[in-house]
Design a protein around this ligand. Sequence first.
Ligand code: SF4
Length: 302
Amino acid sequence: MAKIGLVDVDGHNFPNFALMKISAFHKNQGDHVEWADAMFGGDYDKVYMSKIFTFSPDYPFQFDCEVIKGGTGYDVRSRLPEEIEQSLAMDYSIYPDCNYSLQFFSRGCIRKCPFCLVRDKEGYIHPAEPVDLNPKGEWIEVLDNNFFANPEWKSAVDYLIQKAQPVKLHGVDIRIMTEEQAYWLNKMKLKGNTHIAWDLPSMDLTPKLEEVTKYIKPYKLTCYVLIGYNSTKEQDLFRIETLRKFGIVPFVQPYRDFENKRTPTQYEKDLARWANNKFLYKSCSFEDFEPRKGFKCKEYFK
Ligand code: SF4
């Protein structure tokens, strides 16, 4: 029996998909698996370190054994060892407070947006076999990058309807959504808002939003609006105000580069602060928003 250590370099705020897979794989082999801390020794045969975010500082201590490092925060192309990648078992017991499940029905994406790493990381969209659910899970977080671009999206919908648990969808690309897909989206037991995106300012999504809101109540949609990446202030406001007309919740995200070296401008911070705060967003226009005494945001448009 080998002794396996796990390190979640980003912290334990969000269950780490890869570490749960690794843990389940090793436990099924009869190995002992535990969270590792180099400060307390532990005498491991192997340690796995996962780092998803580039901005998390690296783990500062050394282990005296084989250490396998993975995750986008280390290397965008890193992959789990094949036998673990293929396994569908998940060990949620390493996150005892987690009361939901993580699921992917596809990896990759059909698009290659210049500000996004998904294509470099996972390639063109391809279906993925669903993994085991959390036995204590009350809902399912679906983490596909582009749920309806999956050629097998209907099997994913059937799976989710059959599980009868609320579903939170993170990657819905309304540019490609058909009426049939919108119909099935509406048939699912959705938890919280479904996340869509309006990242490209040159594209007018108004007709698509009109179509989608025929099936889905607009306040059940949250739309990410990327700013600070080749968009003008007018284009930013146009997108936000169009969403307001539909009653869709905007979520403004200032662009951050992969290395996390870019700092958002003051304008971007002010716009995000205003749009992402329900009270501010409802009570005044961005032009009338006064983030600092004596400064109204209309100054940005002079
Ligand atoms: S559609 Fe989304 S996931 Fe796909 S490449 Fe663009 S930003 Fe990335």
